[in-house]
Design a protein around this ligand. Sequence first.
Ligand SMILES: Cc1cc2nc3c(=O)[nH]c(=O)nc-3n(C[C@H](O)[C@H](O)[C@H](O)COP(=O)(O)OP(=O)(O)OC[C@H]3O[C@@H](n4cnc5c(N)ncnc54)[C@H](O)[C@@H]3O)c2cc1C
Length: 516
Amino acid sequence: MINDVVIAGGGPNGLMLACELALAGVRPIVLERLAAPSTEPKANGLLGQVVKMVDRRGLYERLSGSQGPPQSNTAYFMFAAMGLDLSLLADSPVYGLAVPQLHIVRVLEERARELGVEIRREHEVTGLTQDDDSVTVDVSGPDGTYQLSSRYLVGADGAHSVTRKLAGIGFPGVTYDRTTVRSAHATVPAEWVDPATGALNVPGYGAVPPFLPHRTERGGFSYAPLPGHSPLINTSEWDQPEPDGPMTLDELRESVRRVLGADVPLGPPAGEGPHVLRRLTSGNTRMAERFSDRRVFLVGDAAHVYAAAGGGPGLNLGLQDAINLGWKLAAELRGSAPVGLLDSYETERRQAARRMIMNAQAQSALIGPGSDITELRELFTELLGYRDNVQHLAELIAGADVRYDMGESGGHSLAGRFAPDMSLLTADGPVRLAELTRSARPLLVDLTESESLSGVLSGRHATAVDLVTARPEPPAPAATALLLRPDSYVAWATSSPHPGPEELKTLQAALERWFG
Ligand SMILES: Cc1cc2nc3c(=O)[nH]c(=O)nc-3n(C[C@H](O)[C@H](O)[C@H](O)COP(=O)(O)OP(=O)(O)OC[C@H]3O[C@@H](n4cnc5c(N)ncnc54)[C@H](O)[C@@H]3O)c2cc1C
């Protein structure tokens, strides 16, 4: 039997893709080699536009444990360890959701199972072949080896992706081996923590604000008092001799002394583990040559990886790769996909990944050693006094500056962009746009004065696209009508109170281009 989609890898991005496919009526099979989610501490949360995206799928409450909508409640952030005063911005895109990756994986796995996804743990993909009609993977499972055929295979199997290698897709980029990054959960003297600001006051050095990386001429330092753990302490240094043996807390203490020029009496971590105690001597920034090879697609770290300096963009990008691919693959399987829809996955997500590579490499360069970099940073700090520059970098960090090509329907300033949040009043009562997108279906929102779009959906669009007629609640949205793709990107918009024939023509073009 040929299945629809096999996903190699049940990490966050594979599981998110599985949820998206299931919402679109496809039943994928997830093959995951581990018996249980990895407890290796990785991401400490989600940053930027992806936080809004999880809200658009009703996952914000489950992930955060608090009620939505998400708030961009951080007034201050960092770019390459330089302050970014977000309070200058009317609407900061830098949303944060502090949850460990393990929790994200558990929530997504629970959601995927609720949606009926079959997840086979301890099943490892070891080989693949494909022809014009299908892909067959060799799988090693608890009861031996077997083959599994599907119409599509998606490699969500991480940075060392077996799928990518078996499909013969190269992974060019750079390895940074000048930097040694040391990290540990450790206690700090309670009286050093400023109760008002949360900063760590280091005698002989000064105040280190929480969560924000700090550069000195000798290296980097950060102090992150994450909830439920002893603080996470990080240092980075350049051109260090390769240390012998496993990482120790003493090694971190010495590193802190070199970087800050002051002692911080770090104690062993308190509370339940797993605790981080890690030394990394290299990082990679790489992007796959292609995000697909005929019937094989790549998402997440299998398609791109970033050195840590980029502000943790891995999940921001990867989860949105999955959301971009899911509805397109489902349409292809249903036979309703217009020509070129599946190809747009690579065009759109490569563009997003390219921005993050620039972000990661630029930040790495700007936190490097040397007095010339120190001067460059002074110049940058001056530039960061201007609101427009802060806006530009905030959008880059948040992954909110992506604008997809919407062709002839792309005339409106919102077209091609992630739809902004808005509050609406429908006949059923008040609702947030984010609540209307949870079914992951195409959505036409009519806020015009005369409900001008009521007859506009005909033929298969009448069943394939949801129409919501509503009054906007303040603040007034930037459009009177919008067509949203399932990934919440605006395929068409107008600001006219009564859209005329020309606008309705571009709306029809958008409907056909994206939904056949
Ligand atoms: C130390 C560290 C800190 C990080 N911090 C951040 C951060 O703060 N913010 C952020 O956004 N990102 C961060 N990242 C990056 C983030 O963890 C990754 O972007 C994310 O894990 C990618 O998810 P994924 O699902 O693509 O791949 P993975 O999480 O690597 O999942 C891949 C899955 O595939 C499985 N698998 C592999 N091979 C096979 C096979 N052959 N068959 C079946 N299954 C297979 C693996 O077991 C795994 O479960 C960090 C990473 C590290 C290492």
